[in-house]
Design a protein around this ligand. Structure first.
Ligand code: ADP
Ligand code: MG
Length: 236
C-alpha cells in the first residue's frame, strides 16, 4: 500500500435510543487507507455503509475505537479544528446531491472556498476549472433544476474537490443513474483522483462498477471483509 493516510482502528458505532434496544451498526471495523487508494465498499441496505463513511469523514463520532489521519487522532480535535479539518481534508458526495437549488452550478462549486474566506476571483477560476474537468463547461450558469441527474452529481463532485481534499468519500452517488452515466461519473472521478492525488472510498451497490477497483470490501452486519480476487470474480 502507498503511504498511509487514514487508519480506522476497532471502530464501533452503537446507536442508543430511549426505551429501545441499542443498535450495533459497526463492529470493531479496521481499515487502512493509503494516500492514493481507491476502495469500493459493497453491502446490503442497512449494513452500515453510510455510518462508516460518516465516521471516516468525521460527520459522526465512533462509540469505540479511533480514527487516525496521518497518525493523528482526529476526534481529539476541538470542534472548531475538527470542522476546519473536515472542510479542508475531506470531500463528500452523497446520493442526493444537496446542491443549493437557488444557485448556479458555478456558484455551488465556488461556495466552499467563499465560506473559507477565499477571494471571489480566485474561487471562480478554480470552480470553472473543476467544472471544465467534469465536462460541464457549457453548464456554468445552469441551476440544479436545469441539469440532469448525472450533471447534478458532476457539480457535487466538483464542489467536493474544491478545497483540494486528501480523501474523497462517495455514498451511492450513482444510485439514481443508468449504468453508462454511472460509469462516466466514475471515470471522471478516477482521472481527477490521479491528477490531484486523492484517496477515494466509494460506497456503491453496483458490483460491476466495484469490480474495477483495486480493493473491494464488503460490509456485512457491521463487519468489514476484504474480497479476494477470487471472490470478486464471482460477483454478479
Ligand atoms: N442516527 C441513527 N439513529 C439510529 N439508528 C441509525 C441511525 N443512523 C443509522 N441507523 C441504523 O443503522 C443501520 C445502518 O444504517 P446505514 O449506515 O445508513 O446503512 P447503509 O448505508 O448500509 O444502508 C440501519 O439499521 C439504520 O436504521
Ligand atoms: Mg447508506
Amino acid at each position: 500500500m502507498s503511504e498511509l493516510l487514514l487508519s480506522a482502528r476497532d471502530v464501533s458505532k452503537i446507536y442508543r435510543r430511549k426505551s429501545e434496544p441499542p443498535i450495533s451498526v459497526l463492529k470493531r471495523v479496521n481499515l487502512e487507507i493509503g494516500v492514493n487508494d481507491r476502495i469500493a465498499i459493497l453491502g446490503k441496505s442497512g449494513a452500515g455503509k453510510s455510518t462508516l463513511l460518516h465516521v471516516l469523514g468525521t460527520l459522526e463520532t465512533p462509540s469505540h475505537g479511533t480514527v487516525l489521519f496521518r497518525g493523528k487522532n482526529i476526534f481529539e480535535l476541538s470542534e472548531n479544528n475538527l470542522a476546519h479539518f473536515r472542510n479542508h481534508q475531506i470531500g463528500f458526495v452523497f446520493q442526493f446531491h444537496y446542491l443549493m437549488l437557488e444557485f448556479t452550478a458555478l456558484e455551488n462549486v465556488m461556495m466552499p472556498a467563499l465560506l473559507a474566506g477565499e477571494s471571489k476571483a480566485k474561487a471562480k477560476v478554480a470552480a470553472e476549472h473543476l467544472l471544465f474537468r467534469v465536462g460541464l463547461k457549457d453548464r456554468l450558469t445552469h441551476k440544479p433544476s436545469q441539469l440532469s441527474g448525472g450533471e447534478q452529481q458532476r457539480v457535487a463532485i466538483a464542489r467536493a474537490l474544491m478545497m483540494k481534499p486528501k480523501l474523497l468519500l462517495t455514498d451511492e452517488i450513482t444510485g439514481n443513474l443508468d449504468s453508462s452515466t454511472g460509469q462516466q461519473i466514475f471515470d471522471v472521478i478516477r482521472s481527477l483522483q490521479e491528477e490531484h492525488g486523492i484517496a477515494w472510498v466509494c460506497v456503491t451497490h453496483d458490483e460491476s462498477l466495484a469490480r474495477s477497483f483495486p480493493r473491494v470490501l464488503r460490509l456485512d452486519q457491521g463487519e468489514l471483509f476484504a474480497l479476494s480476487h477470487l471472490n470478486r470474480d464471482a460477483l454478479n
